[in-house]
Design a protein around this ligand. Structure first.
Ligand code: ZN
Length: 498
């Protein structure tokens, strides 16, 4: 028996357990035994060819076994095996990955004390708790004043990161976002307050940061980051802080950082679990070294679908800010080649070793990616209705059609595949609750000859449930397009949205 640690996104498939035992002498045997005990895990860990998926990394104790004999790696009974999937949510030629740290500041020649900006008397007073520490001192504070940090996203991670960077005296803070503050943001996005709901996030962020520290220059970039604008946008900055919430932008940020040689203070969050690292420094690994490819769309739920504990982005965002400050001042040991994992429920930090992958397509020795690509396509997200209408018609139903059919008295079985806590918030009358992870073992509660409508919050989980039910012989399964959010919006606005 060895212990296998199960990450949050996969816990629905292990009866919510965060650690399970499995038997096997090698990692391969152990995972085979694990998927025998918890069949729902199989599709997440292995592809159709039976190969371990590339966005799933397996560690034995703190070693990434991809570089060893992989599935043949022996495991003992006292070993702990961790499964680390990517969660959502940066060579030009020999220009390379660039020096990290202070690098960018140093290259500009700002490292000679004389060329660093002087501190005003007000600033000396404001930063006095920094100045009395030898690791920071006047020189460190002047480096911070000279530095430019770009936060990608003014949301969960960007909020605490930007606030602490501003408070600490980083001279120029760039923010990229084009969203508007929503009520559901306030649970964690502390840059914004209740009166800001409906305002642009950047306008709200600017007010908050200016109030916090008027010495900081805020540069607002109210645009959608894209392959067309990323390089130009990143160029003037010393450190990029990745606070994105989706895979296409994450790969875009990573690749742009590698191409420009800018360090990427990375963070990501999901439910109770967070990850942090520093990517794209000279000689250090990048995000693609860790996860060469994104998961197929829909396999890993987003925070909007999976939820996130409000304080979690606070913890991870502040770690990102800490790394940015260390890089700028060139102090301490940055999280380079170290992958930090935080579990809020267990209140545990774990650190895994991360190596630079020689075959990495963007930072490896024979990198094939020398310019930014189409990241939506790379992540398998194809814009607008590529499926033939006939297929859609047979597999999907809109909330308005569903309402009409229910009013007509059609015998439809409505199956809600969300979690019980979501069912408590809102529901379609007459629906039965079978959470996605329970569908395989509770399928006998449904009649394969009935016409079944499955739904979740937005339609992603229920699409998986529909696929599964069809695969085991259910003849008529319809997925509710847009999920219950669409139902509430178009059919029953009296119910709350979440
Ligand atoms: Zn790489």
């Amino acid at each position: 028996m060895a212990k296998i640690l199960i990450p949050t996104p996969l816990r629905p498939y292990t009866d919510k357990q965060d650690a399970v035992d499995a038997t096997g002498a090698t990692v391969g045997e152990l995972l085979a035994d694990l998927t025998k005990r918890h069949a729902g895990l199989k599709a997440h860990l292995y592809n159709e060819q039976g190969k371990l998926r590339s966005f799933v990394n397996v560690y034995v104790n703190d070693e990434d076994i991809r570089y060893l004999q992989k599935e043949q790696t022996p495991v003992g009974t006292s070993d702990t095996v961790s499964i680390i999937p990517s969660v959502a949510g940066g060579v030009g030629e020999e220009k390379g990955y660039g020096p990290f740290s202070t690098a960018a500041v140093a290259e500009k020649g700002a490292y000679t004390l004389s060329s660093l900006p002087e501190l005003t008397n007000d600033e000396i007073k404001r930063y006095s708790r920094h100045l009395i520490m030898p690791e920071v001192g006047v020189e460190g504070q002047r480096k911070l004043k000279a530095a430019k940090v770009l936060c990608i996203g003014a949301g969960g991670l960007g909020s605490p990161a930007a606030m602490y960077l501003a408070a600490a005296g980083v001279g120029t803070l760039g923010l990229v976002d084009f969203d508007v503050v929503d009520f559901s943001n306030l649970q964690r996005q502390i840059l914004h307050g209740t009166p800001d709901v409906g305002r642009s996030k950047l306008a709200s962020a600017r007010d908050r940061l200016n109030a916090l520290n008027p010495n900081v220059t805020i540069e607002s970039h109210e645009i959608a980051l894209s392959s067309q604008n990323a390089l130009e946008l990143f160029e003037p900055y010393d450190v990029i802080l990745d606070g994105t919430d989706n895979f296409p932008t994450r790969y875009l940020v990573n690749d742009a950082c590698v191409l420009l040689g800018k360090p990427n203070a990375y963070g990501s969050i999901f439910r109770f679990e967070g990850q942090a690292s520093v990517f794209a420094t000279k000689g250090g690994p990048c995000y693609r070294c860790l996860y060469p490819e994104p998961p197929p769309p829909g396999l890993v739920p987003s925070c909007a679908e999976g939820g996130v504990l409000g304080v979690l982005p606070g913890i991870i965002g502040v770690i990102q800010a800490t790394e940015a400050l260390k890089l700028i001042m060139n102090v301490g040991e940055p999280l380079i080649g170290r992958f930090l994992i935080f579990d809020a429920l267990r209140m545990k930090f774990r650190e895994l070793k991360l190596r630079k992958e020689p075959d990495c397509p963007v930072c490896g020795t024979h990198a094939t990616i020398k310019q930014l690509i189409d990241y939506e396509q790379f992540c398998g997200i194809t814009p607008a209705a590529p499926e033939p209408v006939a297929v859609n018609k047979a597999t999907e139903i809109t909330s308005v059609e569903l309402k009409q059919r229910l009013d007509r008295g059609d015998a439809l079985r409505i199956v809600d595949v969300r979690e019980p806590n979501e069912y408590q918030i809102n529901r379609i009358p007459g629906s039965v609750l079978i959470p996605l992870g329970d569908v395989p073992k509770r399928q006998n509660e449904l009649d394969p000859n009935d016409e079944i409508v499955v739904h979740c919050k937005m339609g992603t989980r229920s699409a998986k449930a529909a696929d599964f039910l069809r695969s085991v012989g259910f003849k008529r399964v319809l997925n509710l397009k847009g999920g219950i959010l669409d139902w509430v919006e178009k059919v029953d606005p009296s119910q709350p949205k979440y």
